[in-house]
Design a protein around this ligand. Structure first.
Ligand code: MG
Length: 371
């Protein structure tokens, strides 16, 4: 049952190129399926989330992270009466614009672009992928996704100003995104906060004592588990504790959002769009716990010396390849050389690099910049 403030497929603003409706799938289900069957989605499998494959191949990559975000999002959507098909499409597409080598790769690509007076932003890149780069249909470029999915790509995690981004004006930048899109920002965070604690512990970069001393929510859960399973191996106590942290975050996001919707008197999608602030959120005490986890991960994992080497590699590989193709555009594949006739060369190189997987860009580096 959809809540009154959910997005209904029959109210969609539709596709750029009108298409006949499908016999047994609504438009958001079709969009979800188009994302799953896209090339960019398949490439997420070989893109770093936080840990490269050098560590272990059972840690999260961008694809498994994306599937986890989709799972969390569907669970919460059902509890809030949101449109689970739209939520799923948005979760599956949310990281599709990420370049190789995780956050370090994104920083390096942005730095390379800034030398030429441009910039790189993964949400804007995701929009270019679904609007232009995916070629699967005879009558249009891109995936021809509904307005609501494209709007969600742009608005789920960032508020772009209409002044700075006139090209995005069709996405109602002065209005809030529907709750389905607002949700993704926080399910993404629940997904990576808990996963990064998990992978960080598994990689022996984080210890239980270290996490418990800084993250109060984890500390409480771990103590609870020690009473219940005093003789269990630490790894299983850790898992049980992390599962409880996860549950608290998800449960609170559901109840916290319900509370905000009630307090703000939200009864329709129009109310959501016109509300001055985002409505999906944790309760104030859980918001503090969330910040504590995030702060802990920044202090102890994301800038850990153990990950420095990989970050340096990412910077070097992206920086040098970008410079190489700037000097020698004839080394680009033909389709990109043709694009460079109509578009600035740095943008074309950036699009090429952003689409690459970690192994492919490493291969290209060997080929063009190897000793
Ligand atoms: Mg993500």
């Amino acid at each position: 049952m959809l809540a009154k403030y959910a997005v209904r497929p029959e109210d969609s603003r539709g596709r750029r190129h009108p298409e006949p409706s499908h016999a047994y799938r609504n438009d958001f289900q079709r969009d979800r399926d188009r994302v799953i069957h896209s090339r960019a989605f398949r490439r997420l499998e070989a893109k770093t989330q936080v840990f490269t494959r050098r560590y272990s191949d059972h840690f999260r990559n961008r694809l498994t992270h994306t599937i986890e975000v989709s799972q969390i999002s569907r669970t919460i959507a059902a509890q809030l009466g949101l449109n689970a098909d739209l939520v799923e499409a948005l979760a599956l597409v949310h990281d599709i614009g990420h370049p190789p080598f995780g956050h370090a790769g994104e920083k390096a690509l942005d730095a390379a672009m800034r030398q030429h007076g441009f910039s790189f932003d993964h949400n804007l890149h995701a929009l270019r992928i679904v609007e232009d780069f995916e070629l699967r249909y005879a009558s249009f470029r891109g995936l021809n996704l509904t307005f609501e999915v494209r709007e969600g790509i742009i608005k789920h995690s960032h508020d772009y100003s209409a002044d700075a981004h006139p090209e995005l004006s069709e996405y109602l930048l002065h209005q809030r995104a529907p709750l389905e899109a607002q949700l993704i920002d926080l399910t993404d965070e629940i997904g990576y906060d808990t996963a990064d604690l998990d992978d960080g512990y598994e990689a022996h970069l984080l210890t239980v004592e270290q996490i418990a001393s800084s993250v109060h929510l984890f500390d409480r859960c771990f103590r609870e588990v020690q009473v219940l399973y005093p003789n269990a191996p630490e790894k299983l106590q850790f898992n049980e504790a992390l599962k409880r942290v996860f549950d608290h975050l998800v449960g609170d996001l559901i109840s916290g959002t319900k509370q905000r919707l009630a307090d703000a008197g939200i009864h329709s999608l129009a109310d959501v769009r016109q509300h001055p602030k985002r409505l999906v959120g944790f309760s104030p005490p859980m918001e503090l716990e969330r910040r504590q986890i995030k702060h802990f991960l920044y202090e102890n994992l994301y800038f850990s010396p153990a990950l420095e080497g990989e970050k340096d590699d990412a910077e070097r590989i992206i920086g040098e390849l970008f410079a190489h193709w700037t000097e020698e555009p004839d080394d680009l594949p033909r389709s990109y050389r043709e694009k460079a006739v109509h578009e600035p060369l740095p943008r074309v190189i950036c699009d090429y690099i952003a689409g690459m997987t970690d192994p492919f860009i490493s291969q290209q580096y060997e080929k063009y910049c190897g000793a």
